[in-house]
Design a protein around this ligand. Structure first.
Ligand SMILES: Nc1ncnc2c1ncn2[C@@H]1O[C@H](COP(=O)(O)OP(=O)(O)OP(=O)(O)O)[C@@H](O)[C@H]1O
Ligand SMILES: [Mg+2]
Length: 345
């Protein structure tokens, strides 16, 4: 697969910079009728200033719940962050007062969701919805906010923004609505944009345009992006680093070139093998044999062992820690007891 451009990891990110966001052993659990669902269960990753971190993994691996935990939007009950840390600019988000978190949300950390029709309010114009956050966070008056909204619509590539600003969401196509969502998210110039499957609901041509837009905005604004996706093609084109999630944990983390050149975890290797056409867009990561374990009933030891071709007794008995591979790419970490055997897969 063609990984974006060879200098991508250096382009936006200073490798030695303090992370903008760092998760340390984050745990978010849900109370369900079947017991405790350990949706996010010890997730650690970091996002450097100005970089895009791609988070991949099959459905149910905890990608969205991790993002909602960062935003403190986990529905509670039944959900709750029960352990770990979320550090944003070095400050613990789990310890700050509610009002301060409200200020950060939308202002410093913004999120775009998978389905723009449900995230936009049908009874307000798109202009009012973009204006709302700059009135709230930046204290702009109504006229200035409207001008700002028009400017944002122009920036995200919506034609005739002076007219479109008065449209209601249903008057726009799916691709345009997603552009509006991005305009809302970007309107306060956030340091971090969380994009959870931002293109899944769109057709392939529009998908490519939206990703290109996110990439341009990221480079222009120097913001960081947390990009959640099923699609390894999207990761190859967009991300600088990649975190691979399985069953509520990160099982591998590397820069995008290292991950594509030398995937080390049997699960990551399986994801690559499961793609029939590596250059194909929109491939879903659903073809690894076996079933994703339920979050209420994870296997002991390594959670991937029930689907792993090289699992041993050690994998049943001992959970592999996420550790850096010696002599690999800078900061390449993997959670597997049998890296030598995995390399031969
Ligand atoms: N409201 C909820 N109540 C109970 N369990 C939940 C709830 N939301 C999420 N979960 C649990 O969290 C797990 C992880 O969900 P999450 O939405 O983070 O997965 P995901 O990786 O984003 O998947 P997808 O790729 O399908 O979006 C689910 O399998 C489910 O067990
Ligand atoms: Mg999700």
């Amino acid at each position: 697969m063609d990984v974006q451009s060879q200098d991508a990891p250096q382009k936006g990110a200073d490798q030695d910079a303090e992370p903008l966001l760092e998760l340390k052993g984050l745990q978010t659990h849900f109370t369900t009728d079947e017991g405790t669902a350990r949706a996010v269960d010890g997730v650690s990753y970091k996002i450097l200033p100005g970089e895009t971190l791609g988070v991949v993994g099959e459905s149910g691996s905890g990608k969205s719940v991790t993002a909602l935990s960062i935003m403190q939007l986990v529905p509670s009950p039944p959900g709750k962050v029960v352990g770990g840390e979320i550090l944003f600019k070095g400050e613990s988000l789990l310890d700050i007062p509610y009002d301060e978190m409200r200020r950060i949300r939308g202002n410093e950390i913004a999120m775009i969701f998978q389905e723009p029709m449900t995230a936009l309010n049908p009874v307000y114009t798109v202009g009012d919805q973009i204006a709302e956050s700059v009135i709230l966070h930046r204290g702009l008056d109504k006229d200035a906010a409207r001008e700002h909204a028009i400017g944002m619509l122009r920036k995200v590539g919506i034609p005739s923004p002076e007219e479109r600003v008065d449209n209601y969401p249903h008057e726009m196509s799916g691709g345009m609505r997603q552009r509006v969502m991005i305009a809302i998210a970007m309107s306060c110039d956030p340091a971090l944009l969380i994009a959870d499957e931002p293109t899944t609901a769109l057709d392939v041509t529009i998908q490519a345009q939206i990703l290109e837009l996110i990439r341009e905005l990221q480079e222009d604004a120097g913001m960081s992006v947390l990009l959640i996706t099923h699609d390894l093609g999207v990761v190859a084109e967009t991300a600088h680093h990649v975190a691979v999630m399985y069953a509520g944990k990160v099982v591998e983390y590397a820069d995008v070139h290292t991950l594509f050149a030398k995937p080390a975890h049997p699960y990551t290797i399986g994801l690559f093998h499961s793609l029939p056409d590596l250059a194909g867009k929109g491939d879903r990561l659903v073809t690894i044999p076996g079933i994703v374990p339920s979050a209420t009933n994870f296997p002991s030891g390594c959670r991937f062992r029930t689907r792993c071709p090289i699992a041993t007794d050690k994998c049943t008995n001992e959970e592999p820690p996420l550790v850096e591979i010696a002599n690999a790419g800078h900061g390449h970490t993997v959670a597997c007891h049998h890296l030598d055997e995995a390399a031969a897969l």
